[in-house]
Design a protein around this ligand. Sequence first.
Ligand code: GTP
Length: 243
Amino acid sequence: RANIGKITTMADDFDRLLGGGIETQTITEMYGEYGSGKTQIAHQLAVAVQLPKEKGGLNSNAIYIDTENSFRPERIKQMARSLELDEDEVLDKIYVARAYNSNHQMLLSEKARELAKKIKEEGEKIKLLIIDSLTSHFRAEYVGRGSLAERQQKLNKHLHEVIKFTDLFNAAALVTNQVQSNPDAFFGDPTRPVGGNILGHMATYRLYLRKSKGDKRIARLVDSPCMPEGESVFTIGEEGIRD
Ligand code: GTP
């Protein structure tokens, strides 16, 4: 894989854990409980990708597929201001689409390719595709053991589309995922992400996030092929994600 780009998380120690930031041509999965910071990191990366390379960005735009109505323009503006960027310009460079159900989400991930092509023709770039949350619609729609196989098959197809996107545009994909709320679902381990093995094999970087004291959070790198496992503490503050 040539020409890999990295996007800073804006927290030095978190970047160190990832080997410099989240990578292009790769899916990074973040899973964790409610409030563990997945959406905040997604917002931060959508801003950070716009920074010039010397500041840890890729001088590019982002696509943000929002499934839970958790995208907050005001939060983006706040993060932009703290970096002394023009808040409206930063917001304009994030193409937000709301996915109403899993089929719509899959359609949007196909449309992302057309959008990125169009933007490229206009002389700009998309280097980040965010899906927050990757699994919530799938989990809500395919309930019970009988529908598990179909759910995994759909997720598999969806993720192939995402990989195609990252390859075509040398872009990074950042997807969020919940942990199993049913403690019996995977033989009692409540920290298992939804989606099981299929997602596990396709996400190159998997991050397990959990809460610590106050605004502190802990990111643990799990099953990475090229980086050692490890943990990093970061903070969610007014300015965004920081050490
Ligand atoms: P779900 O999407 O609900 O599963 O959780 P999540 O993991 O995405 O959590 P999220 O990223 O939404 O993190 C929520 C936490 O971020 C809150 O508990 C706050 O501590 C922090 N947070 C959210 N918005 C702000 C903000 O505007 N300013 C500051 N300082 N902190 C914020």
